[in-house]
Design a protein around this ligand. Sequence first.
Ligand code: SAH
Length: 353
Amino acid sequence: MRTPIANGDARPHILDLTLADLQQWLVEHGQQKFRAGQIHGWLLQRRAESFDSMSDLPKTLREQLSEAFRLWAGKVVEHQTAEDGTEKLLFELADGGKIECVLLREEGRRSICVSSQVGCAMGCVFCASGLDGVERNLSRGEIIEQMLRLQRLLPEEERLSHIVMMGMGEPLANLDQVLAALEVAKDPKGLGISPRRITISTVGLPPAIDRLAKHSTPFHLAISLHAPNDELRDRLVPVNSKVGIQKIMQAADRYFAATGRRLTFEYVLLSGINDGPEHAAQLAKLLRGRVSMLNVIPYNPVEGLEYETPSSGRISDFRNTLLEAGINIMFRQRKGDGIDAACGQLRRNRENV
Ligand code: SAH
């Protein structure tokens, strides 16, 4: 899959090529194979901004590269910084599609949240990303480009430590390109981020979860549950009506059996909808006996949607029921308040002005 052509610029995105592709290109263009490793080093580790700045490459090669490839396919059209250090980029892609990605700073962690598609087809009713459906999948290069742009926001002595595929889109609906990008992220000669620190978040698509379980690298898997029964989940996560919670839990169990990785379940708390004592009790029953972490996220309001964040009293009641039932539970801090931090919000708010 290739990054779309921009304004008649048919040059491919350099990051759409694997190392082997690049080696082949070099040989075909009268250059030495080992230059591919140097070019990757410049892009992934030395934070080069242009081919011309790759100072240990022969000038002719730098010129050939500029003629043949684009290094950046997206344009940063907005860059927001929150008081807590969270930074968010809104990208305009070559074909005009818009995506977002985020850098979060928490003590020693430097985590990034990356998009996998333009828009999203899953239709979760509280999420800004899917309100207008999906436009297309992102290419490998477009996914890696987000990582590199965010990396370049860090001072030289800091490195990216974690990646979450929790930006716009459903990563398991674009698994080939996501896995190709994550190969580079985990490669010690790439971004060098341990797969334990790379999370793929999904609405729960069993065949793709099974594919991931067979993949050679066991990434951390997070499943966006949001409801403890099918009746409620069908309403909040429409794709559920074709799958059902039981099939998702079985696929999750197979993932755990194959990888030994503790699973994460995500649960966005929506006031008066999925935050009652009966929901907490059902959820506890569903998760009991599974080696997992429940990640509860208070709803981040999206303009134009009527959902509300529960009161702190209701949130702590929900937490206590689960704690008493012995469930591992974590409350995700809301980061980036004031900068349209929930996925899809920045894009949406820009389109509405
Ligand atoms: N499609 C994938 C990944 C993208 S969404 C998935 O569903 O997991 C990443 C997480 O952000 C999901 O758990 C999603 O439910 C959550 N999310 C989306 N909109 C939100 C909002 N307005 N407030 C809080 N969390 C939200």
